[in-house]
Design a protein around this ligand. Structure first.
Ligand code: FE2
Length: 266
C-alpha cells in the first residue's frame, strides 16, 4: 500500500457509522428480497454509479433524488415551516444588502435585468407566533435565463443573491424578478437515470431562502408559485403545500407573500 492510499484511512472507530451501516444492511436485505435483484442488475448499478461519481454528478443526484426524503423523515411531524432542498446552487458569502428608506431590499441585479419585477415579502415568526426581528435571511434564485449566478449564468457573481435582516416586526421585502422553472443537468448519468424513469428534468419556479435566528434551528427552504406547470411533477420533489404562494399582478410588477415559522433549537 502506498503512502498516498494510507493517509486517507480512518484511525478511530466511529460508532455512528457502524450503527447506520448495520441498519442499512438490515433493510437492504429486505429490499433485495422484495426487488429480486439479479447479479447483472447489480453490476449495471455499480457501473452506472461509477459513471455518476466520475462525472462529478453525485452531489446533484443526491440533492435531487435523496435529500427530500431525508428532510421528510426528519421534519414532517414537527411544527414550523417545512424545510426544502438546499440544492447545489448555494454560495455562503453573498453580499449583505441594507433595506432602503421604504424598507425594500433591492437585490443585486443587472441594469435592465430581464424578467418580471417581483416584490416578495416574508414574515418570520417563532412557533409561539412571536415575530422574529433581526433574523438573518440568506436569499438566492435563478434569473430569467433559468440559470444561477456564480454557476451557469452569464450574470455577474452574486446576481440575485443577498443576505439581509428582518425588520422589527420580523418582516422583509425583496425587490427581485420572478424566478423561472429550470431543468436539472440531464446530459450525464443523472439524465440517463431520468430516461429510465421517463421523468422530465424540470423543477417548478422557486426562490431559495435560509433563515438564521439566535435560539432557533436554521431553516432552509424554498417558495413556489401556485399554477406552475411543473408543481405536481417536480423532479426533486421539493414542493410542500405550505411553501406555495400566489402571485398577484399589479401595475407593471408582481407581488407575493409567505409566512415562515422557525423551530426552537433542540
Ligand atoms: Fe433552485
Amino acid at each position: 500500500m502506498t503512502q498516498e492510499m494510507t493517509k486517507h484511512l480512518p484511525t478511530t472507530k466511529n460508532e455512528r457509522v457502524e450503527e447506520v451501516f448495520d441498519l442499512f444492511i438490515k433493510h437492504m436485505q429486505a429490499f433485495l428480497e422484495e426487488a429480486k435483484l439479479n447479479h447483472e442488475e447489480y453490476t449495471n448499478f455499480v457501473n452506472w454509479a461509477d459513471r455518476l461519481g466520475k462525472s462529478g454528478e453525485l452531489p446533484l443526484y443526491a440533492d435531487v433524488f435523496l435529500e427530500t426524503h431525508v428532510l421528510q423523515a426528519m421534519y414532517t411531524e414537527l411544527p414550523g415551516t417545512q424545510p426544502s432542498l438546499l440544492g447545489p446552487y448555494y454560495v455562503d458569502d453573498a453580499p449583505f444588502v441594507e433595506a432602503d428608506e421604504e424598507g425594500i431590499i433591492d437585490l443585486p441585479k443587472r441594469e435592465n435585468e430581464p424578467g418580471d419585477v417581483l416584490y416578495f415579502s416574508g414574515t418570520v415568526k417563532s412557533v409561539e407566533g412571536e415575530p422574529l426581528a433581526n433574523a438573518e435571511v440568506d436569499y438566492w434564485q435563478n434569473d430569467n435565463s433559468a440559470k444561477y449566478s456564480n454557476f451557469d449564468s452569464d450574470a455577474p457573481d452574486y446576481n440575485l443573491r443577498g443576505r439581509f435582516k428582518t425588520d422589527e416586526n420580523g418582516k422583509f421585502t425583496v425587490k427581485t424578478i420572478q424566478a423561472v422553472p429550470y431543468p436539472i443537468p440531464d446530459q450525464g448519468p443523472t439524465g440517463e437515470f431520468l430516461g429510465y424513469m421517463e421523468q422530465h428534468p424540470m423543477r417548478p419556479a422557486h426562490l431559495h431562502i435560509m433563515f438564521k435566528a439566535p435560539g432557533h434551528e436554521t431553516l432552509i427552504t424554498q417558495v413556489f408559485f401556485e399554477g406552475d406547470e411543473w408543481m405536481e411533477t417536480d423532479v426533486a420533489e421539493g414542493v410542500r403545500d405550505e411553501l406555495i404562494t400566489q402571485l398577484q399582478e399589479k401595475d407593471g410588477y408582481k407581488e407575493a407573500q409567505l409566512e415562515f415559522v422557525m423551530r426552537k433549537d433542540q
